[in-house]
Each structure stands twice: as C-alpha cells, then as structure tokens.
Ligand binder design. Structure first.
Ligand code: PLP
Ligand code: COI
Length: 348
C-alpha cells in the first residue's frame, strides 16, 4: 500500500489560472540529487513524485530538514523570471549550517531551479492572471541512523506548482490574532527555514483559523510584547510619518521579500526605513501594516486581535496607499514590467 500517491495534475488547459489558491499539484517533473561519500551525485529530473527512504532517517525522527520557497514569473514578452534565487540559495546554505547538513552550491541550486521550470513550463500561469509557478526546494537527512547525530546521506529535491493567493484576501485586508504560543525560541531555529518551525506553527495556526482569522501573529518569545512574524510571512508597518518599519529579532526568518521591500522603500520611494522593535501597545504609531513573503507577496493586515483589543491599522476592507505602492513596485519588478535593481532577476 502507498499512502503518498497524489493524482497527476490536471492538464494545463483545464486549469483556472486566475483562481489557483495555494495547493499541492503533482506536476510532470521534479529535480533530485543525492549526497553520498561527501559529494552530490545522480542529479537530474524525475517523474516520480514519491521518495523511498530508510526508516531510521534523521529527517523523520529529528527534523533534519531544510526547505526554501521562491517563484517563477511569466512576463509580458513570454520570457520567464526568477526573483533573487541567489538569496534563497544563500539562506538554504545558512539553514544547512544550523542543522549540520551539506550545502547545495548556489550555481547548482539555480541551474536545478531552471531545469524544473523549463520541464514544467506549460504550468507557469500566463502573464496577467496574477498566478506564478511556486518552487519548493528541500533537503532531507536520510539513511539508517537512530542516534541523535547528523545523517551521512541526503536528498535534495525541487518540485513546482502553479499558485495564486496564499491568504484568501489577496490585496484585500484580512484579520490576524496574536498567538499565545511561539514558533521558535529566541536563539533557536527561527532564523532558519527548517521543518520544525512549521510543525510548531500548525496548532497555533489552526486555533487562529478556527477563531475566524487568516493566521496568527507570533510575538517575541521572551516577553510576548513585540510583533515578530505573521504566520509564514514577515511583518511590516508604515508609521504615520511614512517610515517603513519591520521587526528585528534572531527568531524570525530573514525574508527575501522583506529585504527587497526595505531596499525599494528607501531607494525607489525615498522612505526612511528601520528594522527595530514593534510593541503591541504602540500600534497607534502605524498607519498601515502588512505581511510579506514569497507566498504571501504583500498581504495587508486589516485588524489585529491581541487579548481583548482589536486594532485596525488602515481599514478592514481597503488596502492602504503605501502598501499598494510597494505591492505594485515589487510585483512589477517580479513580472518584468518595472526595472529591477542590478542582479535581482535571473532569466530562465
Ligand atoms: N517568515 C516565514 C516563517 C516564512 O515561512 C516565510 C516564507 O518563506 C517568510 C517569512 C517570507 O520569506 P521570503 O520573503 O523569503 O519568502
Ligand atoms: C514561502 O513564502 O515561500 C513560504 O515558504 C511559506 C510557506 C510555508 C507556505
């Protein structure tokens, strides 16, 4: 019996590109490479969506797993853009260091991404539909181990799927609630993109959904007084005097989108920017707020529930003007309509 068979994705002609949501699809091809005896070997594309590994694998017992998320964009002229894939390669290398895993060199990471995009090209949503091809690289420790120590063998793989909005609202604001739980400890693994952080987020995320919110907002794990993450995205706020502010903490994921917005706010819009503390009792300083990330893109935060308070940032129904301006600039660059800063776009 196999519990992991997923039906093949529908024919691209049958997909509703403008209403994709964020759901797994079993596309024709994925990339695999195997680490054994100190080197990557047997790298290439496969049609097999399943992986058979030893029952003693460290990824199964001790969470020795890292992953990434980035997108391929179909441009108006038909060409295909990857957005800052070198940054994802670097972050995965940092995550690997934290979990004592072999690194995937940047060049190998980017050429593997391109091979997956090309092989599944007909699943890239057409320009203008708002859809993108989401790419999920991951690396797992495998082999017959049981002691708590790093594996000797690893599998690196990348699969893809066409996606639309991650949070249902898209650019319409949705509401979030502060979690009583933490996704990561102060000096734990929050800054690494590792499966364990997401396992820890499942229960608080479900509580938030059950209470009618899009997701939960995690507060600093030491005192629960400062905003840290918005589910699987970083937080940003625009102060009433027009500053772009985003939290600084060792337990949040260094978001490629966040760093890109910090750059664009400063260089393209001349805004003051700051990475600092965002206290939940000082939210009145902010005129707008949002979540940012590859999957979330920029998702405006309408209301934020913490304890008995319900704080509305800009509006419960309308996206604020600065958030919209940043969204247009970022997505314009990603889809090739706006000139990108040097090195941000990798053509497939
Ligand atoms: N924070 C968390 C916990 C995430 O999972 C993600 C998604 O990758 C982000 C932030 C946003 O990071 P990025 O902009 O690099 O996708
Ligand atoms: C991404 O934005 O790429 C993420 O990894 C979020 C994901 C956990 C859904």
């Amino acid at each position: 019996m196999s519990l992991s068979k997923a039906p093949k994705a529908k024919n691209p002609a049958e997909l509703d590109w403008s209403n994709l949501g964020f759901t797994y699809m079993n596309l024709p091809y994925r990339y695999r490479a195997y680490w054994r005896d100190g080197e990557w070997r047997d790298a290439g594309l496969t049609e097999d969506a399943t992986i058979t590994i030893n029952e003693g694998s460290t990824s199964l017992h001790y969470g020795q797993e890292v992953f990434e998320g980035l997108k391929a964009y179909r441009c108006k002229d038909g060409s295909i853009n990857l957005f800052r894939p070198d940054q994802n390669a670097q972050r995965m290398q940092n995550s690997c260091e934290r979990l004592m895993m072999p690194k995937v060199p940047t060049e190998m990471f980017i050429s593997a991404l391109k091979s997956v995009v090309k092989a599944n090209e007909e699943y890239i949503p057409p320009y203008g539909t708002g859809g993108t091809l989401y790419l999920r690289p991951y690396l797992i420790g495998v082999g017959g181990n049981i002691g708590v120590h790093p594996a000797e063998e690893y599998i690196f793989s990348i699969f893809a799927m066409p996606v639309g909005n991650y949070f249902k609202g898209g650019l319409t604001p949705t509401n979030f609630i502060a979690s009583e739980y933490d996704r990561a400890a102060h000096k734990g693994t929050g800054a690494s993109k590792v499966g364990g952080n997401y396992a820890a987020s499942l229960f608080p995320g479900q509580l938030a959904h059950d209470a009618g919110f899009s997701d939960c907002i995690y507060l600093d794990p030491i005192n629960h007084q400062k905003i840290e993450e918005v589910g699987s995205a970083n937080f940003f706020g625009i102060t009433k005097d027009g500053k772009f502010v985003t939290p600084k903490s060792p337990s949040i994921l260094p978001s490629v989108t966040k760093f890109s917005l910090l750059y664009l706010a400063e260089h393209n819009f001349g805004m003051e920017t700051e990475q600092g503390d965002i206290y939940i009792d000082q939210l009145d300083h902010f005129a707008e707020a949002g979540a940012c990330g590859t999957a979330a893109v920029i998702s405006p935060i309408g209301g934020f529930q913490y304890g008995d308070h319900f704080h509305v940032f800009y509006s419960k129904t309308e996206v604020g003007p600065v958030t919209r301006k940043l969204y247009d600039e970022l997505t314009g660059i990603q889809f090739g309509d706006v000139k990108a800063p040097e090195g941000w776009i990798e053509k497939v």
